[in-house]
Design a protein around this ligand. Structure first.
Ligand SMILES: Cc1ncc(COP(=O)(O)O)c(C=O)c1O
Length: 430
């Protein structure tokens, strides 16, 4: 590992003169010591322009469930796009994928395709409003549902902003602030109180079913079940944002994993193995509002052949041998989690690992568990984490700036061994 980033630094310098901020997505600015430029990915490995090699647990922020540049997927897509890519009309492949999704995803009675996670959460909220005739919705602190105005509140508030509709950006529509209720997650009482008071105004509850965007927090036992019944009892549409969990924690997403079925769900990232595709799906009576155009959802790129071909092949591969690839991913991920915990114990470091085999988070805290955003803010040591992440990167392991690790079917036992070696080196240097 050269741990030199000179070429990335110089490219970033050049990029800043033509690309706003030098990047195409704000999150890439969190790369250290500079936004990195990559040259090649293959399986679980990634190489930057300076020749640094990484075992990659960022996986493009989640989509690369088969690792980088999966040949079987490229082969299928290359074959299918000989037909053309986009027709401003229908093609059979999208029926095939929708039929598969109906089989796989518990809530999916009807499906619609799109291109990104940010747009499908908007579509789900619109459907919920139209269906209930109500306007407000509940969103949880520390959850991220895309960059659009309506949901960019309470994503990463500071301590003095807790419990408020803290905007995640300047320039948001003032109206959207009035329509959102921000609550702490994993808190049944808080949800019950708000629904009791404002239930008649609330169209939807939108939640990450596993809080992957902060500390990878699992729902407390009974929490999602209670949310489910409160929504049912109060004419509120329950939306699971499965943009990260979909196809990652199980083929059917967190709703399969937890056994709680929402009314609507949104998917993107891993559903097409790294190709750009997204979808929302759910109960027929809600989704069918799209049939007569009483609710509008459109998009030039929706269900293009590239996206549908990749999604079809992704589903086919993940379904093989009754989910063999999931068993493999979980086995490797669980081994990695245990290995990190063992190293932390050996060196008596308060390094906590939360989550499950295919997606988990590392943070520095003396708490035995972080259960919501406020605890994440109060009890995790961000500065130590930053140093840990930088040391991991310098030792050839790449994780997200939020401490998330994602597994792919390409990660091997050998990758885990090398990763644990890097973890030990990073911990020793803390
Ligand atoms: C849970 C969740 N929802 C929605 C989004 C937005 O998806 P996209 O970046 O594809 O617009 C993200 C992105 O990270 C996400 O994590």
């Amino acid at each position: 590992m050269s741990d030199s980033y000179n070429k990335s630094k110089s490219l970033y310098n050049r990029a800043s003169k033509s690309l706003a901020g030098g990047v195409s997505s704000q999150i890439r600015l969190t790369d250290m010591p500079t936004p990195l430029f990559f040259e090649q990915g293959s399986g679980a490995k990634l190489w930057d322009v300076d020749g640094n090699e990484y075992i990659d647990y960022v996986l493009g922020q989640g989509p690369n469930i088969f690792g980088h540049a999966p040949e079987f997927l490229h082969k299928r897509v290359t074959e299918d796009i000989k037909q053309g890519i986009i027709f401003a009309g229908q093609h059979q492949l999208e029926i095939d994928v929708a039929e598969s999704i109906k089989e796989i995803v518990p809530c999916a009675e009807l499906v619609r395709f799109a291109s990104s996670g940010s747009e499908v959460t908007q579509a789900a909220i619109r459907l919920a409003r139209a269906y209930t005739g109500k306007n407000k919705f509940i969103k949880f602190e520390g959850h991220y549902h895309g960059w659009i105005d309506s949901v960019l509140y309470g994503v990463a508030p500071d301590t003095d902003q807790l419990g408020s509709t803290a905007p995640g950006s300047q320039g948001l529509s003032l109206g959207s602030k009035e329509e959102i209720v921000i609550l702490p997650w994993n808190d049944t009482q808080a949800l019950e109180e708000v629904i009791k008071k404002q239930g008649s105004e609330i169209a939807a509850v939108i939640t990450e079913p596993i809080m992957c965007n902060t500390n990878c927090i699992l729902p407390k036992p009974g929490y999602l079940e209670n949310m489910r019944s409160q929504c049912t009892n109060n004419d509120i549409v329950l939306i699971f944002d499965e943009v990260i969990t979909g196809f990652r924690v199980a083929l059917g997403g967190a709703q399969s994993y937890t056994g709680v079925t929402p009314d609507l769900a949104t998917y993107a990232k891993a559903m097409a193995g790294g190709y750009p595709a997204a979808m929302f799906c759910g109960k027929k009576e809600i989704m069918s509002q799209l049939e007569d155009s009483s609710v509008i959802h459109a998009g030039t790129l929706n269900s293009n052949v590239i996206a549908m071909s990749a999604a079809a092949e992704t589903i086919k591969a993940l379904q093989q041998e009754n989910g063999e690839l999931y068993r493999k991913m979980y086995a490797i991920g669980d081994e990695l989690i245990q290995g990190i915990k063992d190293i932390a114990a050996t060196y008596e470091i308060n390094l906590s690992v939360q989550g499950i085999g295919t997606v988990f988070n590392t943070s520095f805290t003396y708490k035995s568990a972080i259960t919501n955003y406020e605890e994440h803010l109060k009890y995790t040591d961000v500065e130590t984490f930053k140093k840990f992440r930088a040391d991991l990167q310098n030792n050839g392991v790449r994780i997200t700036s939020r401490g998330t690790w994602m597994l792919s079917t390409a990660h091997t036992v050998d990758d885990i061994k090398k990763t644990l070696h890097a973890v030990e080196t990073a911990i020793k240097s803390l």
